[in-house]
Ligand binder design. Sequence first.
Ligand SMILES: [Zn+2]
Length: 163
Amino acid sequence: MGLYLDNDRGTYLETQRATARGLIRAADFANEFPEVSLHVYRHVAIEIEAMVQEWRDDLTGSDYFDNDSASVPTGLLLMFLEIGSLWRVDWDEIATGKLDTFPVELLQPKAARDLIENERPLGAPLPTCPDCGFAVLMLADDWHFCDWQPAAIDALGLEFDDV
Ligand SMILES: [Zn+2]
């Protein structure tokens, strides 16, 4: 399935958009429930699955399979013929594959106690995030959220302007 999604430029770009939506969804969840451990790949999997189910509904809701409309992307048609049932698809595995070059821990909120004390030669040690390296000064009960979008753009080539 992951192979099929990357096969065709159109489905690749749509999958990139779904991945971006999944990361935003994960970040929203993290902001709302910072104390809950975050499974980033799960949020991305949900978005990719929803995307593919929408394609499937589009295809089966019309006469695509009965006519020889040239508008169906060949890769997409082959994908559905090959997979048959979407129940067999391991969406988490696909999402994990999409995220393999992205440090997902950036999305995990860090409590003040998770930050490491940076040894500075001069002055007081600064609490520093182990994942993004950003030195933050905050109250003991605050949460730190890394700036993850630049890393996602660099590592995964995602765009967040239009998702
Ligand atoms: Zn950070």
